[in-house]
Design a protein around this ligand. Sequence first.
Ligand code: GRF
Length: 186
Amino acid sequence: KRLAILASGSGSNAEKIMEYFQHSDKAEIALIASNKPDAFVLERAKKFDVPTFTFSRKEMDAGILLEKLQAETIDWVILAGFLLKIPDHLTQAYSDKMVNIHPALLPKYGGKGMYGSFVHEAVKAAGDTDTGITIHLVNEHYDEGKIIFQASTPISPLDTADTIADKVHALEHEHFPRVVGELVGA
Ligand code: GRF
């Protein structure tokens, strides 16, 4: 199985996934693609000798990203901190073969713009006593695809958006690579 990871930022999840599949003979991370030419995730790809590809939102919407994924015979697309909405032609081409991680317990705190610290601020402001991660298939509606996996962690009023983010990142790193492995059969 050939997997591509789409990421817009640091790529700590992408790194954990590359590590996880490094010695697998059933799946490989064949491409790291980003809409940000300076995203640190591209540096992380170099460390693992994974080919990279950068594109603009315009190019993605024009089908350039889909062309690249097909040229690389990608079977699965993993969104790991990818901040653009995936165009319908892409979700349709990778129907049930595209997975995303969201840093909250969907359906709570989902939807456009609800990512990164915004989510953790909202969880804290709501006084929630737990938060967590949701790994789900991607469809045409933001953060509404079939939920594959969720994990939660307790939080208290003493937590800040930053300490909540740290707890959520720890859950992501602990679970995302294995859940992807189970999904793709590797
Ligand atoms: C993660 O919190 C993920 O849930 C969200 O974006 C963040 C990506 O972090 N979608 P990183 O770039 O993998 O470090």
